[in-house]
Design a protein around this ligand. Structure first.
Ligand code: 13P
Length: 339
């Protein structure tokens, strides 16, 4: 492992004006997304949809990397080019989701633990050999009555750190994703308290596992009101609470923070990122690694029809452009009218 190379990849992923497309939905998750547009989740439909995304013209100006799923990293575009090579040829780095999903944490009702550590070193070597330059592991933290417990947080932080150390050993930049879910009626203050506790524990574990912070990216959720909370925090409040929490917990050695969207609307996710970057002067780059917030409008426009591909690609271009502007705090509402 070469720390300088890892750090260079991490910095390139959060280059000015750029962020990451998360297209690493597991087969179960992409099936749920395709169900919403009544498209059968066959391997070829999944391939066709990912080809639509990866061949969208001009997005390389705003997209530095794409996170792929095990099936996708082995698939090809219609002209027979493997997806990792297609992306790399456009100057977009391929990455790979390496966790195998979250299961119930035994003894802790309502809490989850992410699996996938067994045999991970070998899988990481294989992914590196087929072109991946970075990896992703998602831990899921639920807010609810009596949740999360300190043990639930510790167990997930430990797994994230084990994964991060193994990734760096394999020459892959780990994207460390502790997601505090929006589900529930909790207040933004409760989300802030939980996020603070989670990030403290995650950085403790990363330190214990000798992970080089210069060679990671953090993929956190924003500090938000629960989806069903009657008092919804506004954009400025979210920006203030999120930045306050990060200043307490995220060392300046971390080159970048790439948010997940977590079920926020596409426009809201852009507004939040924009508001944080408009305040400027942060020790880390603040960027995006959105799944739904980049793809929602694209899927909607595609509807599984080849004839709709150009129109769907316009929506991807638009979301990429808007989030690219939000990287500078220069996003404005009128940009939404363009498509
Ligand atoms: P969302 O932006 O849809 O939350 O997806 C990001 C991601 O990669 C979740 O693991």
């Amino acid at each position: 492992m070469n720390t300088h190379e890892l750090a260079a990849v991490a910095r390139a992923l959060v280059a000015k004006g750029k962020g990451i497309l998360a297209a690493d939905e597991s087969t179960g998750t992409i099936t749920r997304r395709l169900d919403t547009i009544n498209v059968a989740s066959t391997a070829d439909n999944r391939r066709a949809y990912r080809e639509l995304l990866f061949t969208t013209p001009e997005v390389e100006a705003y997209i530095s990397g794409v996170i792929l799923y095990d099936e996708t990293i082995r698939q090809e575009s219609s002209d027979g080019t493997l997806f990792p090579a297609l992306l790399a040829g456009r100057g977009i780095m391929p990455g790979i989701k390496v966790d195998t999903g979250a299961s119930d944490l035994a003894g802790f009702p309502g809490e989850k633990i992410t699996e996938g550590l067994d045999g991970l070193a070998k899988r990481l070597d294989e992914y590196r050999a087929i072109g991946a330059r970075f990896a992703k592991w998602r831990a899921v933290i639920t807010i609810g009555p009596g949740c999360p417990t300190p043990y639930g947080i510790a167990a997930n932080a430990h797994a994230l750190a084990r994964y991060a150390a193994l990734s760096q050993q394999a020459g892959l930049v780990p994207i460390v994703e502790p997601e505090v879910l929006m589900d529930g009626d909790h207040t933004i203050e409760r989300c802030a308290a939980v996020t603070l506790a989670v990030l403290r524990r995650v950085f403790n574990e990363l330190h214990e596992h000798r992970v080089r912070l210069e060679g990671i990216l953090l993929k956190p959720s924003m500090v938000l009101s629960g989806k069903d909370c009657p008092q919804q925090a506004g954009v400025d409040e979210v920006a203030t609470a999120t930045l306050a929490c990060f200043r307490q917990t995220i060392p300046a050695a971390v080159p970048g923070i790439v948010f997940l969207s977590g079920g926020q609307s596409a426009v809201r996710a852009t507004e939040h990122l924009n508001a944080m970057n408009a305040r400027g002067g942060h020790p880390w780059e603040l960027s995006f690694s959105y799944g739904r917030a980049l793809q929602g409008p694209v899927l909607e426009a595609w509807q599984g029809q080849a004839a709709n591909v150009p129109a769907a690609q316009k929506f991807f271009q638009q979301r990429a452009r808007c989030n690219g502007a939000a990287r500078y705090g220069k996003y404005a509402e009128h940009m939404e009218q363009a498509a």
